[in-house]
Design a protein around this ligand. Structure first.
Ligand code: SAH
Ligand code: DHB
Ligand code: MG
Length: 218
């Protein structure tokens, strides 16, 4: 974890923008769950990116309570589906309940366990490659997840990775010896791996100073 220092105006502007573009999704965070879901305006971006990419098959790594899952599910075409990986069984239960209550549960399969253990089974499954991958779990494994996104994707697959600026810790990895090196490793891969074409955008808002990477599998 890293300490967030949101400037009050960043959060006020985010609330204003989310009020303009964010449909309130019927969902709840339960006590004991960390408030680290995507902000509404960022969730809306995920929905639009799913639509812009024409994705039918979406992979998410890091479900939490299913907020980002709900946003992406709203961007699916008929017949589209999401597979989402979550380590903590309680998070998966809350997500299941949120998704079902929103009437979108039938579109989502939750794989419970450490993602590095559950991802390999997806390789041999029917349904074809994933068209869109959202990486938002333990940052230590970001580069490994990026490699899995390429393996489980195809040329043209869209990859989004959350939390890639981490309050600037990417330039000062000593500030977070657990997460920052994993984020830096993934960013270097974004810039150098010949299988990817990528960019990185910084953001400010309720979640402090952060950002996301957007990549296209070549
Ligand atoms: N995408 C969610 C937020 C995810 S928070 C949203 O925006 O709504 C990160 C989640 O990753 C947490 O629920 C955490 O339990 C999960 N996680 C952590 N390590 C993991 C692992 N090794 N495999 C799968 N999920 C993991
Ligand atoms: C935090 C934020 C995130 O978006 C996430 O995926 C994990 C952790 C955080 O603020 O600690
Ligand atoms: Mg995140």
């Amino acid at each position: 974890m890293i300490e967030h220092q949101p400037e009050p105006r960043w959060t006020a502007v985010e609330e204003y923008l989310s009020g303009l573009v964010g449909h309130a999704v019927e969902a709840a965070l339960e006590a004991g769950m960390p408030p680290i879901e995507v902000a509404p305006n960022a969730g809306k971006l995920l929905k639009l990116l799913v639509q812009l990419s024409g994705a039918r098959r979406v992979l998410e790594i890091g479900t939490l309570a299913g907020f980002s899952t709900l946003w992406m599910a709203q961007g699916l075409p008929d017949g589209g589906r999401i597979t989402t990986c979550e380590y903590v069984p309680r998070h998966a239960e809350v997500a299941r309940s949120n998704l079902d209550r929103a009437g979108l549960g039938h579109l989502v399969e939750i794989r419970v366990g450490p993602a590095l253990d559950t991802l390999p089974a997806l390789e041999g499954e029917d349904g074809g490659p994933f068209d869109f991958v959202f990486i938002d779990a333990d940052k230590e494994n970001n580069a490994r997840y990026l490699d899995w996104a390429i393996r489980l994707g195809r040329p043209g697959t869209t990859v989004v990775m959350d939390n890639v600026v981490w309050e600037g810790a990417v330039l000062d990895p000593g500030r977070d010896a657990v997460n920052a090196p994993g984020i830096v490793a993934a960013l270097q891969m974004m810039g150098t791996d010949p299988r990817l074409d990528a960019t990185v955008i910084q953001t400010v808002g309720s979640k402090g100073w952060d950002g996301f990477a957007l990549a296209l599998v070549r």
